[in-house]
Design a protein around this ligand. Structure first.
Ligand SMILES: [Ca+2]
Length: 185
């Protein structure tokens, strides 16, 4: 998590608006570095009871719960749906979390959106981040991914359990995540 610049409440949800300062090297201006500010909204935490109320899948010993959404939507609409349900598209920061995501998938849908994207400031196609701004681990990708085919810029989990980048306008099902206070029992 970042230090918070602003915190505000909306309904029962507490949001933190944090800046990410990303150095952009311009090849035309050799040796110079400019700073651009990008805002990322971070949900803070719900009470654990929200996972039950909203019928999310629980993984004991974690501080999150997940839900597979069997609705086909472009990636931005999928993220909007998750936000309206108290969270975000899921971030797979660790191998354990990726395994929990695999357990949440539905084999009827071989392509499922997760909360990974190529940041606008990325100059290298191999740099992807999760919604919470952590780097996507290179070992999670399918062989030869992420590629640069068809302006692909967001992350799906494929039926073999590895990641692929896709064009954000393609309609897929998706997995939402809610963060909770404390660990799930
Ligand atoms: Ca791809």
């Amino acid at each position: 998590m970042f230090d918070c610049d602003q915190i505000y409440m909306e309904d029962k949800i507490c949001y933190c608006l944090a800046p990410g300062y990303v150095p952009l090297s311009d090849p035309m201006i050799s040796g110079e570095v400019t700073l651009t500010t990008h805002s990322y909204i971070h949900q803070i935490y719900y009470d654990k009871s929200e996972c039950f109320t909203r019928n999310y899948t629980i993984f004991s010993g974690t501080n999150y719960c997940l839900k597979f959404i069997a609705t086909l939507a472009p990636w931005p609409d999928a993220e909007q749906h998750c936000k309206q349900n108290g969270g975000h598209l899921v971030s797979a920061e660790t191998p354990d979390k990726l395994n929990h995501i695999r357990l949440t998938t539905d084999s009827n849908y071989p392509n499922i959106y997760l909360g990974g994207f190529r940041p606008a400031e990325a100059t290298d196609n191999s740099v992807y981040r999760w919604i919470n701004h952590e780097r996507v681990d290179n070992s999670f990708w399918r062989p030869n991914e992420p590629n640069s085919f068809n302006r692909e810029s967001v992350v799906e989990i494929y039926d073999n359990g590895l990641l692929n980048n896709r064009n954000k306008d393609t309609k897929f099902t998706f997995i939402c995540e809610i963060l909770v206070t404390g660990l799930m029992g």
